[in-house]
Design a protein around this ligand. Structure first.
Ligand code: TYD
Length: 137
């Protein structure tokens, strides 16, 4: 499985750090960002996600603290630690994800290519496997 992490632009100086990104063709985020959401105040030991998307593309950025993302493409699993506000993890369609190990106060920012659409979710792991089988026929 290919893990796509990108480093956003950073401007650091003695007073602090600044990260920026732009979206659109040929920009840092190659799709137009239609939705932004963030996950925070996650209780210790809790795990979230447990779904895949049919079409949605996302970049996950842990803008404060750290958390771990489990990615599963149906044949392989990878666990990726996010602990840097200037790094984004790409999560494309057909990828099961879980988020865990949130440090106290962690904030996980998500940049998404589409508006919220529950029909784009696959929330059952067995259905995810069947979906992949159908897709790869
Ligand atoms: P969900 O995607 O299941 O969260 P997680 O992947 O972190 O476990 O979303 C939780 C709830 O919020 C669910 O009822 C759907 C709703 N929701 C929206 O209404 N709009 C959104 O943009 C998102 C991401 C979730």
């Amino acid at each position: 499985m290919k893990i796509e992490k990108i480093e956003f632009h950073r401007r650091d100086n003695a007073t602090g750090k600044l990260t920026f990104l732009e979206s659109g063709m040929g920009k840092d985020i190659p799709f137009d960002i239609r939705r932004v959401y963030y996950i925070y105040d996650v209780a210790p030991g809790e795990r979230r996600g447990f779904h895949a998307h049919k079409k949605l593309e996302q970049y996950l950025i842990c803008i404060h603290g750290s958390c771990t993302i489990l990615l599963d493409d149906g044949s392989k699993q990878e666990n990726i630690v996010l602990n840097d506000p200037s790094t984004g993890l790409y999560v494309g369609p057909g990828m099961w994800r879980e988020m865990y190990n949130f440090s106290p106060g962690a904030v996980l920012l998500v940049l998404a290519s589409e508006y919220y659409d529950e029909d784009d979710y696959i929330r059952d792991y067995d259905m995810f496997k069947s979906y992949l089988k159908e897709e790869n026929k």
